[in-house]
Design a protein around this ligand. Structure first.
Ligand code: PLP
Length: 383
């Protein structure tokens, strides 16, 4: 391999490669919207909702403006507010806890499991105890299917049932993954996902969706999506949002959904190959029994004593980008540090924030490029 090929930058996520694969089908889909001009709630939105329902197994799908809106709309529909406690992992993207605080409720941060990065059920129990001691009313759990891997939904569901809480699954990164043979979208009361462009199923802007089997909740969500409208368009019956998914984005997503299964399989092949090439030099992600992943991120943990900055710089010099998800857990961030955490603190979240780093991951990462990434990681560690 010549010097040029060895240092040519590798994309972290290659949206352009997918664009080339889909080519004219995306252009044609967008052109159809430009022809019918139903830019809001057009036929593609209804078609996409039906296709997402069929894909996930959920009875109802409500497309919306973003993953954040998807989470917020469910909390609004359930009347979550002041005095309520909602439990979520601290090691996650900020939107998970942000939506709770936006309703006036209190996010209570709990720790995650070291191997899967997902909610630790013992810490969840300690979080519920801490909230009760503070006089808050435990109301809901928001597990996150972090980096694409399903959380332990049976264990979380059992705690929710015992404590009388509802579960809102944050599958912004995990949509397409499954738990014990069932696709995400079918666990708990409702599931939220994001179609942000970098997500495994992403559109060309902002977008999201909510999945539920509860017909009444779906009807409320459809009302909240349009300012809380009732059957009379000008008599709004509750507070709502401008929470719709654009027809154009729905048209794009329909095309992308058609190749999503194939892309998930390709991502899994990359993950398997990374694990084989790197498993003896770093801590590679582990799939828990019964869980699959869509590998939104391929996140490794560096051995103790290795400088993360130095490691990232070494890869960058070889044209290989990395990213840190997340350098601070939510409870360590300025806006969230006054919210309660589970008794015993969140040592795993804090340790992960210190030593995780994510490698390029997408469905179009060919084997020579994977080998370059593997060689660069091993080289940076002197292996
Ligand atoms: C775990 C998680 N939750 C929620 C969101 C919010 O999604 P959006 O950016 O579409 O609002 C994201 C997006 O990055 C996420 O990763």
């Amino acid at each position: 391999m010549n010097q040029h090929l060895r240092t040519e930058p590798v994309p972290f996520i290659d949206i352009a490669a997918q664009r080339r694969r889909l080519g004219k089908s995306i252009d044609d889909a967008v052109a159809r919207v430009l022809t019918h001009c139903q830019f809001i709630n057009g036929p593609e939105v209804i078609q996409l909702e039906a296709e997402l329902a069929a894909f996930s197994g959920a009875r109802h799908v409500v497309a919306c403006g973003s993953g954040t809106d998807a989470l917020l709309m469910v909390l609004m529909a359930k009347g979550v507010g002041r005095g309520d406690a909602v439990f979520c992992p601290s090691f996650t993207f900020c939107a998970t806890g942000e939506v709770v605080a936006l309703t006036g409720a209190t996010p209570v941060f709990v720790d995650v499991d070291e191997a899967t990065f997902n909610i630790d059920v013992d810490s969840l129990k300690r979080g519920i105890a801490a909230a009760t001691k503070l006089g808050l009313k435990p109301k809901a759990i928001i597990p996150v299917d972090l980096f694409g891997q399903s959380a332990d939904h049976d264990a979380i569901g059992a705690i929710a049932e015992a404590e009388g809480l509802f579960v809102l699954d944050d599958a912004a990164q995990g949509f397409g993954a499954s738990y014990k043979g069932r696709r995400l979208g079918t666990f708990g009361l409702a599931t939220a996902t994001s179609f942000f462009p970098a997500k495994p199923l992403g559109c060309f802007g902002d977008g999201g969706a909510i999945f539920t089997d509860d017909a009444e909740l779906a009807a409320t969500l459809r009302s909240i999506r349009v300012h809380g409208q009732g059957s009379d368009k000008y008599d709004n019956v509750r507070l709502g949002l401008t929470g719709r998914l654009d027809t154009m984005q729905a048209a794009i997503l329909i095309q992308k959904l058609g190749i999503f299964e194939d892309e998930i399989a390709a991502r899994n092949k990359v993950a398997e190959r990374y694990a084989r090439g790197l498993g003896n030099v770093v801590t590679v992600p582990r799939l828990a029994s019964g869980c699959t992943s869509v590998w939104a991120q391929y996140t490794i943990r560096l051995p103790k004593g290795i400088s993360r900055d130095g490691f990232a710089a070494s890869l960058k010099a070889q044209g290989i980008p990395t990213a840190i998800y997340y350098p601070k857990s939510m409870h360590q961030q300025t806006a969230y540090r006054d919210f309660p955490v589970a008794d015993g603190g969140l040592p795993v979240s804090e340790a992960l924030s210190e030593d995780v780093i994510s490698l390029p991951m997408h469905a179009y990462l060919d084997e020579p490029t994977q080998d370059r990434v593997i060689a660069a990681v091993r080289g940076a560690l002197g292996a």
